[in-house]
Design a protein around this ligand. Structure first.
Ligand code: 3PG
Length: 213
């Protein structure tokens, strides 16, 4: 149940979305769906993030909504209470991992080193966020660690764009990428949901060219 492989298969891109105004929550989720993206990672980086999460969970049942930027067990619990269907952390500590795994929903922990991958594998999770993907080594890094760690599937996030996504999605161990480019701040502030839908449509058209199943 805690493994997030199914989350990585929903869409070639998981939009990483920061919502400042809860009134934007439902429209942005609907705009993503209209563009063919069926998943959203809502970051817990604003005071009202949990309110936005609850609104999406209640009013947009067609989208799989997860909570990102989980740093503490308390945040993980609050996110689940608000309706989060999966949890994402930027990095791992054994303390946080073990708490998140008690919550019985998919957990997508962030890793950037082989040792961190092994810490997560020890707990039975095989779907991981590679963060920050660009600065941590990009597609070359993931290709290199695919040989000793063949069972792991990654969602590279951090510095990924529409242009750089295909380089990741051509790897056998990448099921999707994550990124904030689908929901630019200006589009959110201007209620420009058509812009978000267009960016989502481009992203949902990306293909995983060599993904193993
Ligand atoms: C994240 O939290 O995963 C990142 O902030 C997303 O990275 P990006 O803004 O470079 O896409």
């Amino acid at each position: 149940m805690a493994d997030a492989t199914s989350v990585l298969h929903v869409s070639p891109v998981i939009p990483v979305v920061t919502i400042a105004d809860p009134q934007h929550a439902v429209p942005v989720a609907r705009a993503l769906i209209d563009g063919g993206v069926g998943v959203i990672e809502l970051t817990l980086r604003t005071d009202s993030a949990l309110t936005s999460l609850k609104l999406i969970a209640e009013e947009v049942p067609d989208i799989l909504v997860g909570a990102g930027t989980i740093l503490t067990p308390g945040q993980a619990e609050a996110a689940v209470a608000a309706g989060a269907q999966f949890l994402v952390s930027p990095g791992v500590t054994p303390f946080l991992l073990d708490h998140m795994l008690q919550l019985d929903i998919p957990v997508l922990p962030g890793v950037a080193t082989v040792g961190e991958v092994m810490t997560v594998l020890e707990r039975g999770l095989k779907a991981l966020k590679f963060f920050p993907a660009g600065p941590a080594g990009g597609p070359e890094y993931l290709a290199a660690i695919g040989a000793p760690l063949p069972d792991v599937l990654f969602c590279p996030t951090g510095g990924v764009s529409l242009e750089s996504a295909p380089g990741y999605l051509s790897l056998t161990n990448v099921a999707c990428v994550g990124g904030s480019w689908l929901t630019p701040r200006a589009a959110m502030e201007n209620n420009d949901w058509e812009k978000v839908t267009n960016l989502a449509r481009e992203a949902s058209g990306l293909t995983r060219t060599r993904l193993r199943h």
